[in-house]
Design a binder for this molecule. Sequence first.
Ligand SMILES: [Zn+2]
Length: 116
Amino acid sequence: MPKSPECDRCLLYGRNPHLVCAVHPAGPNTDTCLDFREDPNAALEELWEPEGASYYNGELILQPRQRWTLEQQLELLDTHPLFTGRCPRCELPFPKYEIPPVHWDCAECGWVDDSV
Ligand SMILES: [Zn+2]
């Protein structure tokens, strides 16, 4: 029974070996089904992320409480001592903490971590 790749994510998909969907019991005739209704729950399952965290390069990263744009997040990854291990202003290396502090203020140049 032909079903389109979309069928798995479709609200109308029967999830039944003998029935492709409620509208097209024998499957859609074409690859893109006119009656495709994206199942919001199916999409959510795929992209589910715990509150306050998101996946970055396959790793779960805790997000700051503020909303950051992707650009800001990338900049943070590039510059923040939590990720770089050094002060973004004077480049003084930070010690390796076992538990990273909330604020990475620099004692050397007075740089203040206001990202959280
Ligand atoms: Zn510094």
